[in-house]
Design a protein around this ligand. Structure first.
Ligand SMILES: Nc1nc2c(ncn2[C@@H]2O[C@H](COP(=O)(O)OP(=O)(O)OP(=O)(O)O)[C@@H](O)[C@H]2O)c(=O)[nH]1
Ligand SMILES: [Mg+2]
Length: 357
């Protein structure tokens, strides 16, 4: 899972990247260069299961974060910048809420809703250019070749153009099945799920949850594939040098509900409709990320494509039960290990043992 960290200049993108990945700022060789870091998704369940099984290997889910130079008309014309942005699964737009005389804001004042609108407008204009170019091409091709596929693509792109010309992003566009496949290859920027990361000033750290709620009301609507999370970049960058226990105490003293990593990852999972199931044994304890409402056979496929093809049954137990009863023998004795078929809907935190041919 790749998340692009984007935003206007001096909003705290690199600070956030460092907090999330532990990768520190290094000199860039080119002004359009991106940096990649991998983050282990924090998961208490994995840690608890690892205590029970003492496995050789413990594997958390991971998210790749990419720190992008600030977004602008120029950067969105740079081919390598665009190419890296297109392959991202989601964007995290770092929005500046902090005031600072030492750090000038590109637009002269702090105005989060203006910045959100401006960045979205750049994404929309970039997509519009792609749509118009393709429509021109299709216009010519459709005169020469009769193909219902091309006709449908033409229709869909006209709809896209209407939305984009109206200044709307494509995030709320519910495309399904064949239509979704037809347009997938364009990797439209304004269609990517969007997490707004509010970078709150240290004086407002205590009001972070309140601020997050306020912006959630403004920005998140049913089906518009947006989420909001607040962070305090300055404080957390300083805390990242401390031991986890100390970090927790500091965060609590600022009235912060957990680290930004925990909250950002949770928001990202909600945004993308993801959950985790687990596998546990003496060789490995591991978290696997799948879409919410995945069936047992799809979950098996996430582990190995052969498990999906040759799926017989899944043994399922909630992770708490496995921890509480000290392993499989314990839960089997209590009758807590259930046998489920292909169509079983896997739940967040289920531990699965896949029986396959
Ligand atoms: N006061 C305050 N300063 C911050 C905060 N977050 C970042 N800064 C400062 O803002 C400046 C820019 O931070 P970066 O993280 O480099 O921002 P950026 O968005 O990566 O900047 P560019 O890549 O240059 O566009 C640095 O001097 C940071 O110390 C914050 O929450 N509060
Ligand atoms: Mg930066």
């Amino acid at each position: 899972m790749k998340t692009a960290i984007v935003g206007l200049p001096m909003t705290g993108k690199t600070s956030l990247f460092t907090i999330l990945t532990g990768v520190h700022e290094t000199a860039r060789t080119g002004s359009m260069e991106t940096r990649i870091g991998v983050t282990r998704v924090p998961d208490d369940r994995v840690d608890a299961l690892a205590k029970v099984f003492s496995p050789e290997k413990v594997t958390h889910a991971t998210i790749e974060f990419i720190d992008f130079p600030s977004i602008s008309k120029e950067s969105l014309r740079d081919p390598s910048y665009l190419a890296s942005l297109r392959v991202a699964d989601a964007m995290a737009h770092v929005v500046r809420l902090f005031e600072s005389d030492l750090v000038p804001h590109e637009k002269g004042s702090v105005d989060p809703m203006r910045d959100i609108g401006d960045v979205d407008t750049e994404l929309v204009l970039s997509d519009l250019a792609v749509v118009e170019k393709r429509l021109e091409r299709l216009e010519k091709d459709r005169k020469k070749i009769k193909d219902p596929g091309l006709d449908r693509e033409f229709e869909l792109l006209q709809q896209a153009r209407a939305m984009l010309e109206n200044g709307e992003t494509l995030r709320g566009w519910a495309l399904e099945g064949e239509d979704e496949k037809r347009l997938r290859g364009f990797q439209f920027l304004s269609q990517k799920p969007m997490l707004f990361v509010l970078n709150v000033g240290e004086n407002d750290a205590g009001r972070m949850q309140e601020i997050e709620e306020e912006y959630r009301r403004k920005l998140v609507q049913e089906g518009n594939r947006c989420e909001v999370t607040a962070v305090c970049g300055r404080i957390e960058a300083e805390l990242s040098e401390l031991e986890p226990q100390e970090q927790q105490e500091y965060l609590a003293s600022y009235g912060l509900p957990g680290s930004s990593l925990d909250r950002l990852v949770a928001a990202m999972y909600r945004l993308l409709g993801l959950m985790s199931f687990l596998t546990a044994g003496e060789t490995e304890v591991r978290a696997w990320t799948v879409p919410v409402n995945s069936t047992a056979v799809k979950a098996a496929g996430a582990i190995h494509s052969d498990f999906e093809k040759k799926f017989i049954r899944a043994e399922v137990v909630p992770w708490q039960a496995l921890v509480e009863h000290g392993g499989y023998a314990g839960v089997r004795e209590k009758g807590l290990l259930r046998l489920e078929g292909k169509d079983y809907i896997v739940k967040d935190g289920d531990v699965l043992v896949i029986r396959h041919g």
